[in-house]
Design a protein around this ligand. Structure first.
Ligand SMILES: [Zn+2]
Length: 341
């Protein structure tokens, strides 16, 4: 099968690798779409993915082979690649180590082939079924949507709260919608790239600001009656000028900053500017199985729309993956890019 193998030093090469086969308790998935995640782009940009890695964790496809002892799937079932509940007692992902460090332990599955490839091998508990009413294109964004469901559920958000989402990349655009679904009545967005700002407007942001040309703090504080937003979701992770420092400055007294995006460079903070407001910081990382189920429900019910995030221009063949990663290091016009297998 064809797979995009990371070679180190910002190089992905599409090459022929052996197609896996389903052993006992496993299923083989034929990948249909795999969305390119900002986390993968960072792993490429900062060269932190070990050479030999095949990345890609935001995907959907169909079951093509079922191993011995598997009775929950049959060939042809449509699935999202992830989100299943592990067997009782099994600790997975970040929970597999009590002091999991994403920088030093982020790629524990070195050598495991993931979904920038034609096929992916999974344990039978790992995928979740795609419900009727959710297209394959929509299902490809289930994982990033689940990431924002996780962040919103960890937050202190209450019905009627005002929210600021910093960054309107795929995670910011989904967070805007999941925060709204959770009861936020005003959602403001900060985003400098015009195409992304426009998508935020179309997806129902109450106001969108360009933090490079407007005084974001002044505008948002004014719109929230001089208080600042109750919750800020930091989905940008720009180290300079630091979006985390901006978030802490803008948030309301007793408000909460939820860290969603990961900054790979030191981020300067000037604490006296915002400490007196006694703000809270909540880090959010990854997902739990229920987040995927909720994400699929939100997409099915129309509370989350991926319509303004995906057009034909966003899909690319696996052979073009190197160029896509290079362009996503400095996104200007792209919202979301999806590899079509
Ligand atoms: Zn992701």
């Amino acid at each position: 099968m064809k797979a995009a193998v990371y070679k180190g030093e910002q190089r992905l090469e599409v090459e022929e690798v052996p197609t896996p086969t389903a052993g006992p308790g496993q299923v083989l998935i034929k990948v249909r779409y795999c969305a390119i995640c900002g986390t993968d782009v960072h792993a490429f940009m900062y060269d932190v993915a070990p050479p030999g890695t095949v990345m890609g964790h935001e995907y959907c496809g169909t079951v093509t082979e079922v191993g011995d002892g598997v009775d929950r799937w049959k060939v042809g079932d449509r699935v999202v690649g992830g989100g299943g509940s592990p067997p009782p007692g099994m600790l997975t992902g970040t929970r597999a180590h009590p002091r999991f460090n994403y920088r030093t332990m982020g790629f524990p599955e070195n050598g495991r082939l993931r979904a920038y490839a034609e096929y992916v091998l999974l344990e039978d508990w790992e995928p979740v079924p795609i419900p009727d009413g959710v297209s394959d294109e929509e299902a490809a964004l289930c994982e990033p949507c689940a990431v924002t469901v996780h962040a919103v559920r960890l937050s202190d958000i209450k019905l009627g709260d005002s929210v600021l989402v910093m960054g309107a990349g795929p995670i910011g655009l989904l967070c805007l919608q999941t925060a709204r679904a959770a009861g936020a009545t005003s959602v403001y967005v900060s985003e400098p790239a015009p195409a992304r700002a426009e998508a935020a407007r179309r997806l129902g942001a109450d106001a969108v600001f360009d933090p490079l040309t407007e005084d974001l703090e002044e505008r948002v504080v004014e719109l929230t009656g001089g208080l600042g937003p109750k919750i800020v979701f930091e989905c940008a992770a720009v180290p300079s000028p630091s979006t985390l420092d901006q978030a802490l400055n803008i948030v309301a007294r007793d408000g909460q900053v939820v860290l969603v995006a990961i900054a790979w460079e030191p981020t300067p903070l000037l604490t006296p500017d915002w400490m007196a407001k006694e703000v809270k910081v909540q880090a959010s990382f990854g997902t739990l199985p229920e987040d995927w189920r909720i994400a699929l429900d939100l997409i099915r019910s129309g509370k989350v729309s991926v319509e303004h995030m995906l057009s034909d221009a966003n899909f690319l063949p696996l052979d073009d993956i190197q160029g896509a990663f290079e362009s996503l290091m400095k996104p200007s016009t792209q919202l979301q890019m999806v590899v079509r297998l």
